[in-house]
Ligand binder design. Sequence first.
Ligand SMILES: NC(=O)c1ccc[n+]([C@@H]2O[C@H](COP(=O)([O-])OP(=O)(O)OC[C@H]3O[C@@H](n4cnc5c(N)ncnc54)[C@H](O)[C@@H]3O)[C@@H](O)[C@H]2O)c1
Length: 475
Amino acid sequence: MIEKRQFYINGQWVNPAAANDLDVIDPATEEVCAVISLGDQADTDAAVAAARAAFDGWAETPLAERVALLRKLGEVYNTRRDDMAEAIRMEMGAPIDLARNGQWGSGEWHLAGFLEALENFEFEVEMGADRIRKEPIGVCALITPWNWPMNQVVLKAIPAMAVGCTMVLKPSEIAPLSSIVFAEIVDEAGFPPGVFNLVNGDGVGVGSQLSSHPDVDMVSFTGSTRAGIAISKAAADTLKRVSLELGGKGANVIFADADEKAVKRGVIHCMNNSGQSCNAPTRMMVERSAYPKALEIAKAAAEATQVGPTTQSGRHIGPVVSEVQFNKIQGLIETGIKEGATVLAGGLGRPEGMNKGYFVRPTVFADVTPDMTIYREEIFGPVLSITPFDTEEQAVEMANDTVYGLTNYVQTQDDEKRLRMARKVRSGMVETNGIGRIQGSPFGGYKQSGNGREGGEWGLEEFCETKAISGVPMG
Ligand SMILES: NC(=O)c1ccc[n+]([C@@H]2O[C@H](COP(=O)([O-])OP(=O)(O)OC[C@H]3O[C@@H](n4cnc5c(N)ncnc54)[C@H](O)[C@@H]3O)[C@@H](O)[C@H]2O)c1
């Protein structure tokens, strides 16, 4: 069993101030795969103090030197692919190929996007006789979730390092192992002590200590809307910058003239990562004339979705992350049935032949109406709702009928209609016809999906303050 009780503070692996062990559970086996420590106030204070002490030096380090260290970090990241994938597989239940490709790969992809954005990022520009500067915000607390663990860490730590911030990372206590590997990578790359610090802990402990810490200038948070609200309140007394990436309940609007793969693609996308993605297209809306055919395709696609062990190679989905999530998802499936939705595929209980591990049956509900719980709540499991619509106006209204606004999806071969829809839906991202956003494109939400933008140039901006200087023109 892996024992990783230490924290990474000021360039050293150090013991926690007080013993407070937490077991990390492999969701595919329900067995303990590692033990970590939960930090306390003394650990949080030590990490924040190290980040504070390192700030001036790092902020003044020439950009070329910071970039050289980021490139080195990228090289080391590539050499640690197997360890990182194995950590992610164990801690959150991604099947090994997903862990090696999508999960590990998202880190590589975003790092490359930031390096490219840095080439054109203007830290100082002229505005008439003024000089406008982008400066690092200061000491940042990075609080991350378990579902795309390395994706989230890289989206925060890399831009923070790039612009000259120093930081304390507190990853999800459910999936801390990949962040420990990340800290080893930072260490090997040779960053100055204190630039990057890692303290493990839970939300009520290290999470809230960081959010309310007087010496933290910014909190960059990804996770649930519930925790985002708690963090905003905790940060309010010291008026920290708070950047939030929260939950979602994406609509996938499929018109009758959509390409023939649209429905199947939507089901596969929803089930990906066992449905544990904030931008999952979980509310499929289908134009009524295409509805009966869409139900047939969706049922077949869900039934074709294989569920299997995380150690096995292949494109199957793994378990959901924990017993708590498993029970929550089962409860929501039960509510869907009670509230009168039609179960097209899947349903309650584990997939046939599985009696251990938090595996959920890929489930599709048809005839879901906007008053049903499963239409409104983020389920965070492999569960799709399908609802018919009659007009474009109704589709817009239904897509926007949610507290969330992260990603919406539109499928139609009519270019004008696609753009019209994309403009009217209230979300930070709109993906159309199955085309993913490009590298460096901003990721973030409207409404209760948050207020931050991550990735590329926008992600760099998040970690900057803007300073206007008069009387010293740029020559
Ligand atoms: N918008 C995005 O970019 C994005 C990306 C991935 C996940 N998510 C969302 O994350 C959620 C799933 O992740 P989760 O279950 O790990 O979320 P969570 O909110 O329970 O936990 C996320 C992190 O916040 C910490 N935390 C919890 N309560 C806290 C508090 N009161 N103060 C400070 N920190 C606290 C946790 O320890 C963890 O590190 C889903 O809602 C999902 O939609 C959003």
